[in-house]
Design a protein around this ligand. Structure first.
Ligand code: ATP
Ligand code: MG
Length: 237
């Protein structure tokens, strides 16, 4: 039996009178990399915000590690291991790389923060080279890596990533997907939100397609990648 870490059932989220998420259900099992794909405005970010306590849940339930987390705040959820790399990265630009990574461990009291930073540097050698530099002086791709590294410092049980490849050069996009694959390969369970459906599904075990606030298709990632409807709508064929 798969160990379900995150289970979203009938989630509805509204902004005032606008229903952005209209009853979405999906789950993420231990060890998986699940991709949530869909066009602009499909409701992907809103779904992640509701899961991480940044946007109120209108209806439905969100279970993490078998318990409802509806209504819990972002801080509590990060402490429990539900950690997001937000859209647009949100690095602290006036802090150094090292300080940003230390911020990722702010919820922890253990003495292994230094060890974890070395692990993050092993995944992102570039961050180690630049560890004394201010985050704001780095390129978009490097800041994305820093945001991922910072999230890893919280020791996520599920790592949620919102469009990590957005706005990056093709070479950097390749690098970011390599790193996402590497993070998953090292044992972190990942929920990856992407508009780059092809790349996201290539890495994933399973996928969900969102359209206008609803999940319209789901299944094995390779099957979705080969589905003519997915190819026509999201892969430009
Ligand atoms: N703060 C907000 N206030 C009002 N409406 C919002 C707000 N944020 C998002 N929306 C609307 O909710 C819907 C879903 O937006 P959301 O950002 O979740 O989509 P998305 O799938 O993440 O899109 P993208 O791929 O462009 O990031 C859209 O119609 C959007 O205009
Ligand atoms: Mg979004």
């Amino acid at each position: 039996m798969a160990n379900t870490l995150l289970k979203v059932s009938g989630l509805k989220v509204a902004y005032g009178g606008i229903q952005a998420v209209k009853g979405v259900s999906f789950e993420v099992n231990e060890g998986e990399l699940v991709s949530l794909i869909g066009a602009n405005g499909a409701g992907k970010t809103t779904t992640l915000k509701a899961i991480t306590g940044l946007q109120p849940v209108g209806a439905g339930t969100i279970e993490f590690l078998g318990r409802s987390i509806n209504g819990q705040g972002p801080w509590d959820l990060v402490k429990q291991g539900l950690v997001m790399v937000p859209e647009g990265r949100g690095t602290f630009t006036r802090m150094t790389i090292t300080e940003n990574l230390q911020m990722g461990a702010f919820v922890r009291r253990d003495r292994e923060v230094e060890d974890d930073m070395e692990k993050v540097f092993a995944i992102f050698p570039r961050l180690k080279e630049r560890r004394h530099q201010l985050a704001g002086t780095m390129s978009g791709g490097e800041q994305q890596m820093l945001a991922m590294g910072r999230a890893l410092m919280a020791r996520p049980k599920v790592l949620l990533m919102d469009e990590p490849s957005m706005g990056l050069s093709p070479i950097m996009v390749d690098k970011i997907f390599e790193v996402v694959n590497d993070i998953h390969g090292r044992g972190t369970t990942v929920l990856l939100v992407e508009q780059n459906a092809s790349r996201a599904l290539q890495l994933a075990t399973r996928g969900y397609v969102m359209d206008s606030g609803e999940v319209t298709m789901s299944g094995d990632a390779k099957a979705l990648l080969n589905d003519p409807k997915v190819r026509a709508a999201y892969l430009g064929e």
